[in-house]
Design a protein around this ligand. Structure first.
Ligand SMILES: [Zn+2]
Length: 405
């Protein structure tokens, strides 16, 4: 057996994401696709190739816990879905590559159509396409003509819910995504819950019976209450819309999620991106609405963090004006709602891996995949370092790096 290629990365400091500190003097020793060891660089055996990375911190590659690989993040919404699934698979692979070159080594796809996310996932696994590892839900389950229906996941009634979970599992789903309220799809209502609790419970029970975790899109308090009551593992967005796009935080919904141990995916940066990147052809009144939304969403996030809810970082890339390279911004939002420096980096790495049941990535320790990045500076001292990625290694192989600030 030929030996696997081996290299030790020696930066100024290493953040393993197993705790909240970065340490100097360490080397991350990679062999093949895995981490062989994280050891004091002085203890590396003679003959191991060393790549010095002065001025940088080496840390796990980022995990974006909420993306839509079919969509471009250029302001349109479902427009690409006029194309067939094969074309959408190519789009998905291209978006996974855009994520990778910005330092995101894993993306969790929260809704795409047909075989497209699974085909892109397979092409990347085979090495035919270079991109972030894909963890995919397939089509998000939704009520007839509910939010995200263009992805093809409409289900109706208890039997339909059960069949929907089985269909996504059979298609290759790594987890189940459910649309628990309306959202940004035309003719759906963000402040109204979609599935009754009984149906959510059927989805959760069926999914758990198949070994799949369940996350629920929730943009109103009632949807969060139902998700918590149904035993869902996770909630996406967790925003508090009220009638007419108003906003009112309802603490009992936060407490219900905290008590049930529901994890929240943040998606906090997208409202600011929307306000900044809207073009003149967009309605200017909408821009003010989005600006107001920024503060509302941050306030909700702060209260959830205070209540003890665990956050993971997700951008909603692909949707609206959020592209696939915004994780630095999302983690900065997590700092704003009160997560500590190490806690916010773990929300984008090891905590996310644990919540997604992807323990083979997300931290730097012997045996895990060599998914890692080197960023300029110290991201614990200055979170903007995440935007200055100097090296990306995915499954042991160096990838190109996006030109960044
Ligand atoms: Zn989404």
């Amino acid at each position: 057996m030929p030996e696997e290629p081996s290299v030790a990365y020696v930066p100024d400091r290493v953040f393993t994401a197993l705790d909240d500190t970065a340490r100097e003097g360490l080397a991350v020793w990679v062999e093949g696709s895995r981490i062989r060891a994280v050891v004091p660089s002085a203890e590396l055996p003679a003959g191991v190739a060393v790549e010095r990375l002065p001025g940088t911190t080496v840390m796990p590659g980022l995990i974006d816990a909420h993306v839509h690989l079919n969509l471009p993040g250029t302001g349109g919404r479902f427009e690409p879905l006029v194309e067939d699934d094969a074309t959408l698979a190519v789009a998905a692979a291209a978006n996974a590559r855009a994520a990778l070159v910005s330092g995101v080594t894993t993306v969790r796809d929260c809704g795409s159509r047909g075989v497209s996310p699974f085909a892109a996932r397979r092409a990347i696994e085979l090495g035919w396409s270079e991109g972030a590892t894909i963890w995919a839900a397939g089509a998000a389950l939704t009520v007839p003509k509910g939010h995200c229906w263009p992805f093809g996941g409409e289900v109706d009634g208890v039997d339909g819910c059960r069949a929907g979970v089985r269909a996504q599992k059979a298609a290759g789903a790594d987890f189940i995504k459910v649309i628990g309220s309306g959202g940004g799809t035309d003719n759906t209502v963000s402040w109204l819950a979609a599935f009754p609790t009984e149906q959510l419970r059927v989805i959760v029970d069926e999914a758990h019976g198949l070994g799949l975790k369940v996350t629920v899109h929730c943009t109103c308090a009632e949807a969060m209450r139902r998700a918590a009551a149904a035993g869902a593992d996770q909630v996406e967005h967790a925003t508090f819309y009220t009638e007419g796009n108003g906003f009112r935080i309802e603490m009992d919904a936060i407490e219900a999620m905290a008590k049930a141990g529901v994890v929240v995916t943040s998606t906090l940066a997208i409202s600011a991106l929307q306000a900044e990147r809207m073009t003149t052809s967009d309605d200017p009144a909408q821009r003010d609405t989005w600006r107001r939304m920024v503060d509302n969403w941050l306030e909700g996030g702060r209260l959830m963090h205070e209540a003890g809810i665990v956050h993971v970082a997700g951008t909603d890339a692909g949707w609206r004006y959020c592209d696939f390279q915004e994780m630095a911004r999302e983690v900065a939002c997590l700092r704003q709602i009160g997560l500590g420096a190490g806690e916010s980096l773990r929300a984008a790495t090891s905590t996310s891996a644990r919540v997604m049941a992807m323990d083979a990535t997300g931290a730097l320790e012997a045996g895990r995949y060599a998914d890692l990045i080197a960023v300029e500076g110290d991201p614990l001292a200055d979170v903007s370092a995440l935007g200055r990625v100097r090296l990306v290694v995915h499954r042991g192989r160096p990838a190109p790096v996006a030109v960044a600030g």
